[in-house]
Ligand binder design. Structure first.
Ligand code: NDP
Ligand code: OXD
Length: 313
């Protein structure tokens, strides 16, 4: 057992399993002995409690229990130590499954068939082909890039948008503000896998959704969103569904989570809801690599999957 201790600070779920697995190699505490506790070398966090990381004199790295790190960077008292985020094949696979599931359901008219079943209607609807449909992915990083490749393999046209230029085989790519409108104008199903940063907050608004292609094989534009809820203006998405700017949406993330019971999204037949569950962080897959990185750092190897604090992700 190493001398150094790991501070595990999470809100919103029971960290028992994370604690149990981390404790195989490290002493784990849920609270430090105070702001100057010298025994804490690492923090493993999801929406850590305010101020818990400030001042810890021997903190070497912060590990995010998530691919996104907005929940960490929101802390105004965050110390200047490296932040490691999750990049993991199991998490990526879950996200790819979610995106393919939702795109295919919209493509194969799942909502219309579910409504027919309710009314016991036997009616086969006109079929379209994936090569007649363009899926545009906002955020073609680890998760978006993998989803893009899976959708391409299914025959869809795939477009991608990123902050910096990206080159993905068989994918049409645009980047930056200057590329956004052309990307949207060429897209029927918009998939959002962006991180939440100062640049992306509120980006999924009515004006943006108006730029999607509506005269298409699907009979309208579709939104699939699994990045972060505060990328959205939820009221704008509802307005777009109401006036036909959007035909349907699959939403995994919302401006306010858990989604309040009073939200009009719940009862909207054009909306498919999942509770921020597109790709859940599984400690059985993720604790091993975290412990390996702690060991590596102590043996002089560089940390991997580091967050660029200036970019915010
Ligand atoms: P990456 O950092 O690998 O990819 C992020 C992508 O977004 C990159 O392509 C990046 O561009 C692009 N991007 C960032 N800022 C901008 C911007 N201002 N304009 C245009 N493009 C931008 O992240 P991951 O793919 O690993 O994760 C993406 C997000 O998915 C996470 O941040 C998290 O919020 C969310 N997530 C949601 C889950 C869920 O269950 N709903 C589960 C896991 C993650 P560039 O390529 O130029 O860097
Ligand atoms: C993540 C998430 O960022 O689960 O990994 O939202």
């Amino acid at each position: 057992m190493s001398e150094s201790r790991v501070l595990l600070s999470v809100t919103g779920f029971n960290p028992h399993r994370w604690q149990e697995l981390l404790a195989q190699e490290r002493e784990v505490v849920l609270e430090s002995d105070g702001p100057n506790d010298p025994s804490i070398n690492y923090a493993v966090v999801w929406k850590q409690k305010p101020n818990v990381l400030a001042g810890l004199p021997n903190l070497k790295a912060i590990f995010s229990i998530g691919a996104g790190v907005d929940h960490i960077l929101a802390d105004q008292t965050l110390p200047d130590v490296p932040i490691v985020r999750i990049v993991d094949p199991n998490l990526t696979q879950h996200m790819v499954e979610y995106i393919v599931w939702r795109v295919m359901d919209h493509h194969r008219q799942g909502a219309a068939y579910r409504a027919q079943q309710q009314r016991k209607v036997w009616h086969d609807r006109a079929q379209r082909t994936s090569s007649d449909v363009a899926v545009g992915i906002m955020g073609i990083g680890e998760l978006g890039g993998a989803a893009a490749r899976a959708l391409k393999a299914l025959g869809f046209h795939v477009n991608g948008w990123s902050r910096t230029p990206r080159n993905l085989d068989g994918i049409n790519t645009w980047h930056g503000e200057s590329g956004l409108i052309s990307f949207l104008n060429a897209t029927d199903i918009l998939v959002v896998l962006l991180p939440l940063t100062d640049q992306t907050r509120g980006i999924i608004n009515y004006e943006l959704l108006r730029e999607l292609r509506r005269t298409n094989a699907l009979g309208g534009a579709v939104l699939v969103s699994a990045g972060r809820g505060r990328l959205h203006r939820d009221a704008d998405i509802l307005r777009a569904l109401e006036d036909g700017t959007l035909k349907e949406a699959s939403l995994d993330v919302f401006e306010v989570e858990p989604l309040p019971r009073t939200s009009p999204f719940w009862g909207n037949p054009k909306v498919f809801i999942t509770p921020h569950a597109a790709a859940t962080s599984d400690p059985a897959h993720l604790v091993g690599p975290m412990l390996e990185q702690m060991r590596g750092l102590e043996e002089g190897r560089p940390l991997r999957n580091l967050v660029d604090r200036t970019a915010g992700y």
